[in-house]
Write a protein that binds this ligand. Sequence first.
Ligand code: OTU
Length: 624
Amino acid sequence: MSATPRRGVTNDEIFALRWDRGQRDLIGPLHRLYGGDTLALMDRLRDLLKKHWRARPADLRRLDLVRDLNPDWFLSEDMVAYVFYIDRFAGDLKHLPSRIPYLQELGVTYAHMMPCLKPRPGANDGGYAVMDYTAINPALGTMADFQQSNLQLRAAGISPVIDMVLNHTAKEHAWAVKARAGDPYYQAFYRMFDDDTLPKQYEKTLVEIFPDQAPGNFTFYDDMGKWVWTTFNEYQWDLNWENPEVFLAVLDTILFLANRGVEVFRLDAVAFMWKQMGTSCQNLPQVHDILQALTQATRVCAPAVIHKAEAIVGPQDLVPYLGTGSHAGRESQLAYHNNLMVQFWSTLASGDSRLMTYVLKTHFPESFRRASFAPYIRCHDDIGWAITPEDTAHIPHMDAKAHRDYLADFYNGTYPGSTARGTDFQVNAETGDRRTNGTFASLAGLEAARTPKEVDTAIARMRLGHALIASYGGIPLIYMGDEIGMTNDYSYVDNPDHADDSRWIQRPMMDWDATEQTEGPAARISADLRHIMRTRKATPQFAGTVPTRVLDTGHRALFVYQRLGDDREVTCIVNFTADTQKLWPEDAALRDVPHVDLLSGQALALSHGQITLAPYQSMWLRPV
Ligand code: OTU
């Protein structure tokens, strides 16, 4: 008989157990990042985590336990995300809960509320210039409203998600204000230079993110007599992640917000967090150590909480954000699949799937350990045409620069025959590089559609896009307004804080009237989307744990991929053209058994031995 007194586990013991579990995955990255006395840093980290664990509300501790037992919760086929601005969608946080039934009808389980922490006054880059991470934007409500709204979302089975802007703060943030006043402790939070010698050397290998509105990567402040690293706008000061104090301070705010009910943090602009002379200062290995350390530290204190990395980069640089090599299963659990998004738009324009097939097949593993992508078609940002010469070299007669130019022209509507209505963004005079803005519907041709056939085509393209993200793997992100086909909002030019940034064209006010319609494009697009998401949820092969295999069928008009499942695979075939297309079943690796198309609910009927797809049709074929 054991002499141990009969008692349950205490909260402090649970913490100690989770700390033991996490230590190994924390020491390595912290040592590589900060060197020096890693054990002393670990002691401070443990104290910080313990402080937040002790403050963690009982209901969230319960959620921690539930998710410790089911760590794959976010990979479920049931997951569907909706991305929205609180003010543009619901007015404010007090009114947000009244929109929960709408979200539930769409099948939403993940609510990404665009930046909602207190921003600097005036222009604030859509909220990505935060002056206080512990306060809610007063225009949206209070911290109490936020907590209340989070509670109600969670009760409805919806995870609250917010942005954590950790590459930079607003120059009005308390840390920056103290730095500017000369406090050396806070000056070390940023990257400051006494003269422009080093900035000039760095600039040689840096790219400009906002060449139009904020050229260069450094800003001189007369009052301080110092240059400050400002990758984005002048009012966004890059944090110095080489300083462990920054790591602890940012983690402190993450856990503070986690205790107020946030379940997923979208880690903004992570690619830029580490700088090294002579490099582009993007995607450096240290960024992955920072992300592993943040993820594992969060897991000690709040295992219910996961992170999504926002790195809008090329394929080779993107994959590591989901944890590869020694980081596998330890880094951010989610990452935007911007390459799928770019390839969707590219193939939709050209009707030629070869580049898409090559890129997605060559650069991406079929699955990740305890992590997955968040596929999407549109978001609040521009589309950057991340198409490289290395990739186009594999497609006969294709040139990367020419293809990027073609896509920019196609989607701004100037290319002959294009029905897209987007705008150029951040035209780089030096490189000729252009990015593109516009809503899903406007880029898909709905805004310009004049005939019923053109309307049908635009709707079919949107159906194709939504079916792609629902089936490709990971959590599909529905961007607010796309479910009703909202077109570009040109009124942003009337707001002086928005006028110089055409990304506002795709950030409209929610059209609630359109959601009430029972016929017309909005009703049709929304019915399509609901059907797609319902079908996704009924298909276990669409879980994020299931591998995604891209097939090279040699058919130029079709994009084909399989979700491998344990017993039965699902084969997804997408016709990216306005023509009917045919495919031999063996070219799609279909087994010689009866199949059903989950999307149409019809048994697969071959015509002269071939699968026939209508214009822009998607099929999800599963053995019966
Ligand atoms: C992010 O985007 C946000 O999504 C933007 O809305 C912000 O303006 C920006 O950070 C600054 O906070 O450059 O054009 O590779 O592409 O992080 C968008 C990543 C951006 C960058 C991305 C950044």
